[in-house]
Design a protein around this ligand. Sequence first.
Ligand code: PFF
Length: 467
Amino acid sequence: MQERGQFSSRLGFILAAAGSAVGLGNLVAFPVMASKNGGAAFLFIYLFFVAFICYPVMMAEISMGRATNRNPVGAFSELSGGDKRWRLAGMLAILTPFMIAVFYTVITVWLVVYIKEVFTGNLRGLADDTTFGGIVSSPSLFGYLIALLAVIFLILLGGVKGGIERLARVLMPTLAVMLILLTIFVLTLDNASVGVSYYLVPDFSRIDLSVINGALSQAFFSLSLGMGILITYGSYFSREDNIPASTRMVAIADTSIAFFAGLLILPAIFAFDPNTNTDDLSTSSVGLIFSFLPKIFLSMELAVGYTGASIVASVFFVLVFFAALTSLVSIIEIPICCWMDEFKISRKKAVAIQAVLLTVFAVPATMSLGISDFFTNFTSYGGVSKSFFDLISDVFYETILPLVGFIVCVFCAHRWKVSGLKSELVVGDPNFEGSWLEKYINFSLGTVIPAVLLIVFISTVSQIYFA
Ligand code: PFF
């Protein structure tokens, strides 16, 4: 078997994991959720969940990967002594990223089309209400799809260090600088301060059970948990390095970017219309990026001219594209790693297999928004007609992540045992032994954390499928 890849350093791991974590969840879903749910009040709850629920689960996933040097299927299997039931859990942690990649690819293709439109001077067209529907139902999407897939698989052919890490080393710092510059610019617009206070003044009256539930799902999703990603990235992480400290850096980077995205998007919205009622903002990230934001950018025409507004819009869309690309590359690596480990094949072959499989699923998903009637009205549940794209997004994006997280916790606490996890965490971090963190994990990983995740899973299922 060929040698498995490894990140070149701790920083390489942190950048790659942050590249995975920073995505549409941070740049779009987080600002909207925060604005609708009490601003800073939501932020406090979110931070609480990141620290007390997500951080331990992140460490557990990374440790499983590093202890076994395997993908999720191999990791569950090896740590359970070859138990078939746990191997099945590993398969769920491969199927999930596989399917998420399918619909995330489709969204990224739309982003590419938007970037092309803004670059060719058509921001005004994008701000028109009918444009989005026209773009997603146009067969010309297939050309962009093939081009995007070619880029992604070429990066993945480069392997862990030469592909994934190299991409993150270039794109992540660029993304951070673009985000900060754009935020500073937006903050100088008239009425931006209304958005800032809307975002940062806590309104605790908005907090209820569904907001708390939403905050946890959002944190989980934003940190790329339950997708097998951190298990796989853990398997590329050096045994000399410190898991708790590196994980902390990834969580801080991801949360900071989400916070800055709020500081960009809300003031932009209020500068556009100071009387915006945030309750009216779409809950869907997709609706917000593709339908609402082009209007906001166009409204900047008055202040900075059409070219200025188009430049701001292109910086924003390129930024979102970079975030989506690094997330996509990370998630497609999971099945590739699995094919390499489990079937003992070369990276080249695994990449080729995955390219075929992803294309086979991405094509019908692309056809789900009007190109094909069959895939557009694929099924119905919860009283609504659903496309093939919706089905994948509902099952694998909205629902299953907390369940995978629950399984990881139960596995680590009760099968691998907290002592097994601990012996991995002390490698590279001798101070872990006897620390507060160790005591907290001992107490919570097999009890409170999985209980909370199970509750979130059950309530999501009842909301989506039995509404
Ligand atoms: N953490 C990512 C986000 O916040 O958007 C979630 C993600 C989605 C990761 C899709 C990877 C991916 F392909």
